[in-house]
Design a protein around this ligand. Sequence first.
Ligand code: AP5
Length: 214
Amino acid sequence: MNIILLGPPGAGKGTQARYLVETRGMVQLSTGDMLREAKTSGTDMGKKVAAIMDAGKLVTDEIVIGLIEEKLTTETGAGFIFDGFPRTLAQADALAALLAKLGQSLHTVIEMRVDDDALVDRITARSTCSGCGEVYNDKTKPIPADGRCTNCGEQKEFTRRADDNEDSLRTRLMEYYKKTSPLIGYYYAKGDLRPVNGLADISEVTASIEAVLG
Ligand code: AP5
């Protein structure tokens, strides 16, 4: 079963994808995580995309399609969760072609509906365990008082992303509305779209996604 988690920055795509990986053995393909890894490891591609990402703009279709193509042919599991991909109509067409080439298809596109005010609060309060990538939030999921990650149990640093500031978020939202939101109509017309209320508590959003996936 291959699914897309579609939604604006801070909608909760990463949070829900991690849950599906743990409970269903699916493979999370987050283009944001792949690009951040390239940035940290200082590859040529990482250097090329660093400034674009920090400013909140989208990197080129060519780069992200290449990253996804490589993962589709090397990773295995109980289906793929596309998190943050596709983000343009060209990426959506490329994904359909790649899956067809592998004899696979898309099961569902889960649209995570939220409102912009909630996104600002979520993004500016987010931090991530540098050991395992578990995502925290100062308001809704605070870092434990003993500084130990609830997921990996380690006392690692909790980091904030370079693009998690109000200026970059404004650009990220604009990019979403201009380039990514047309995918809602695209997948609706294909009959693949299933909306869930992303404003509910994390566990309620999980339950809605479970209900869609069956
Ligand atoms: P990416 O890493 O994909 O970032 P994003 O889409 O902006 O999404 P986020 O990771 O910020 O949010 P999320 O929806 O995963 O929310 P999360 O679960 O963390 O992309 C980063 C950049 O990479 C892009 O700007 C672009 O430059 C580039 N890029 C990536 N993919 C690309 C592509 N395909 N094409 C071109 N460029 C690409 O949750 C957020 C916070 O809210 C957390 O603190 C969490 O604890 C909290 N939270 C989650 N759910 C809830 C809830 N239900 N209630 C309360 N709090 C909640």
